[in-house]
Design a binder for this molecule. Structure first.
Ligand SMILES: [Zn+2]
Length: 171
């Protein structure tokens, strides 16, 4: 088995036809290319077919009721606490495979937030660096850069005569 081979539980679930179609197709594609998994899958299918060929034997009594009665008789009188029932192993496998897309989808907003924060830090750093590099006689680079956020950015057409410059100062 290589490091990318699926677990035996997944192959068993594949034989039981209990996987979502996308997971099933991925396992079939891997098994077609991996001789180890193909052999294991063939063994599991043979075992599955052998179980299917067994004759149905009626018990004639309610086995579930007897098991429950035996368990209750063997249980300690004062159990410290009740544990929640463990999920079936197959349900755990299904949940793992179906939660992977949701897990990936949760990374998208995180990546966007990280990119936005990094972009903001880089832009802020550029403002500080340009401010230090500019001679003192020139207008402040910070003010020039911040003018990009004016109502009308530099180089654009003014919609009105007084929109691009404050009143009383020619621009
Ligand atoms: Zn494999």
């Amino acid at each position: 088995m290589t490091s990318t081979c699926p677990p035996a539980d997944a192959l068993s679930a594949l034989v039981d036809d209990a996987l979502p179609p996308a997971v099933r197709d991925a396992l079939l594609a891997h098994s077609a290319a991996c001789p180890l998994c193909a052999a294991r899958l063939a063994e599991l299918r043979a075992l599955h077919d052998a179980f299917q060929d067994l004759p149905a034997t009626p018990l004639g009594f309610d086995l579930g009721a007897r098991v429950i009665a035996r368990l209750q008789a063997d249980a300690p009188a004062a159990a410290p606490r009740c544990l929640p029932p463990r999920p079936h192993w197959l349900a755990s496998i299904k949940r793992f495979f179906t939660d992977v897309p949701a897990w990936r989808a949760a990374l998208v907003p995180l990546a966007g937030t990280t990119a936005a924060l990094a972009f903001g830090v880089v832009l802020g750093g550029m403002l500080l660096i340009e401010d230090e590099a500019m001679p003192s006689a020139a207008p402040s680079a910070t003010l020039v850069a911040m003018s990009l956020f004016d109502a009308v950015p530099p180089g654009n057409l003014c919609p009105r005569a007084d929109a691009c410059a404050p009143k009383g100062s020619p621009r």
